[in-house]
Each structure stands twice: as structure tokens, then as C-alpha cells.
Write a protein that binds this ligand. Structure first.
Ligand code: UDP
Length: 243
């Protein structure tokens, strides 16, 4: 698979066209951003850690019957993915209160949420990703009702699979954000799943092991991601380039 032109550069990843029309190369950079890009830093090895983390999680999800865009690891920081037509709606599930939920509703951090909550946000940095509901998403054409129904079902299945996976490794999956896209008409999980886009706490101490370490200036960001990866048994060894 040969990289050709750059298709898109986001805050932490760059996406490249390839010599195959159905596939892209996703390159995970060390850039780490928070607060809609107001705080940006380079964190050594973060791109590599998130690339391998994402590949591991997406394989687990595929094994559980959730279609994802991930094809293969290409190098330490790159993966081959299917070219999706992205749906600009972010799906967030929460098992424990934290982050914007606490700010918005004035509830304390750390409450067990039963049943887990499901929220939609419009992917739009300039508008700070405003909250949506299905009615708005449908009326403005960001997603159809059947797509939203499928996205909700897949997002909640992901919650079952990953809550168990992290629990078995001594961690709590507090919340996470997913993005979906269409590949030849089928909804698939796109973007990434890494500690940049979820909250993970140690089950006993409730120590934060995710991007909140960066947002809150706690330090040890990549070290925490590596701790999570090692608890899950993720191989962080060098990737042999396949082509
Ligand atoms: N999240 C994300 N990208 C976004 C917004 C949220 O990855 O643009 C993730 C975030 O890391 C957390 C979950 O979605 O795991 C819920 O985020 P929240 O709404 O609490 O917003 P935040 O407090 O992170 O601004």
C-alpha cells in the first residue's frame, strides 16, 4: 500500500490517500490537544502508542461483531484503514460522571450512571462541538434515522465489550466518544479508540489514566497510556513494514 497525497490533517492524526481507492493510511502524530486546540503539545511516543492501542481495541471490537474501518498496522505510527464517508455526529457514552456532563448539569464527578447515558454532538470545532439530538441531526441532514439507530446500538455494544475488557484489566471505562462513517453504504466505526478519546480510571485508586492527565496538567500522560496498554497486554514492539 503506497501513500500518495495528504487527504486531511486533524489535531492528532493525518490521513493520506493511497494507490487503492478504498483504502487510506491513518498516521498518528505526537501532537496532543485540548480545549478545542487551545492547548497543544508534542508528547514523545504518543502517536505510536495510540496507533497500536487503537489497532488492538478495534481488533477486539471486530471479534465482537462490530464493523470497524481498521485493516492492518502498517508501521509504528500508521495503520491502513477503509475510506469512510464520515458522519459528522459524535456518540458519547458515560458510565461514570466526569467532564462536560459535570460542567453542564452541575453534578459531581464519579457518580455511577445507571443506565449509562448516550449523547450526540455535532463534530464542529468552530462551534465547540455543540450537543445535538436525533431530531436536529435528521432535519439538518447530518445523519438519517436508521443510521442514528444503528450508531446508538453499536455504541452501546462497544460499551459492553470494552467495559468488560477494561474491568478485567483493573480499570473503569468512565466515558468515551465514537465516530462512525459509511463504507459502501454500511455503517462502520471510524476515527480511533485510544486514551485520547476516552476516560479510564484505575479501579481501586480511581487514578486518571487518560487524556485528562494532559487537560488537567497532571503529567505522566504517555506513561499512563503505556500503563493501560501493558495491563491490556498490547504489544508495543516495532511493527515490520508490510509493503
Ligand atoms: N471526547 C473526545 N473528543 C471530543 C469531545 C469528547 O474524544 O471532541 C471524549 C472525551 O475524551 C471523553 C468523552 O468524549 O472521554 C466525553 O467528553 P466530555 O463531553 O466530557 O467533554 P470534555 O470534558 O472532554 O470536554
Amino acid at each position: 500500500m503506497q501513500k500518495t497525497t495528504e487527504l486531511y490533517a486533524g489535531k492528532a492524526k493525518s490521513v493520506y490517500n493511497t494507490d487503492h481507492p478504498d483504502y487510506l493510511i491513518m498516521s498518528f502524530r505526537n501532537d496532543t490537544s485540548a480545549f478545542d486546540g487551545e492547548k497543544i503539545e508534542q508528547l514523545e511516543r504518543k502517536g505510536e502508542v495510540n496507533n497500536k492501542f487503537n489497532h488492538f481495541i478495534m481488533q477486539k471490537l471486530e471479534a465482537a461483531g462490530i464493523p470497524t474501518q481498521v485493516e492492518s498496522l502498517l508501521s509504528d505510527t500508521e495503520s491502513v484503514v477503509k475510506r469512510l464517508e464520515m458522519i459528522p455526529v459524535e456518540c458519547v457514552v458515560r458510565n461514570i460522571s466526569a467532564g462536560s456532563l459535570c460542567r453542564r448539569l452541575g453534578v459531581e464527578e464519579g457518580l455511577d450512571l445507571q443506565p449509562p447515558t448516550f449523547e450526540l454532538f455535532l463534530k464542529n470545532d468552530a462551534l465547540h462541538d455543540p450537543m445535538l439530538n436525533e431530531s436536529l441531526a435528521i432535519t439538518f441532514g447530518w445523519a438519517t434515522q436508521p443510521q442514528l439507530t444503528k450508531m446508538r446500538e453499536l455504541t452501546l455494544t462497544v460499551n459492553k465489550v470494552l467495559s468488560q475488557l477494561f474491568d478485567d484489566a483493573g480499570m473503569l471505562l468512565v466515558d468515551y466518544k465514537l465516530e462512525f462513517g459509511l463504507f459502501k453504504g454500511e455503517i462502520m466505526l471510524g476515527d480511533e479508540f485510544s486514551p485520547d478519546g476516552c476516560r479510564l480510571w484505575d479501579k481501586e485508586s480511581r487514578e486518571k489514566l487518560d487524556k485528562d492527565r494532559f487537560r488537567q496538567g497532571l503529567g505522566g500522560v504517555v506513561e499512563a497510556y503505556l500503563d493501560v496498554a501493558s495491563r491490556l497486554g498490547i504489544d508495543m514492539g516495532p511493527v515490520e513494514r508490510s509493503s
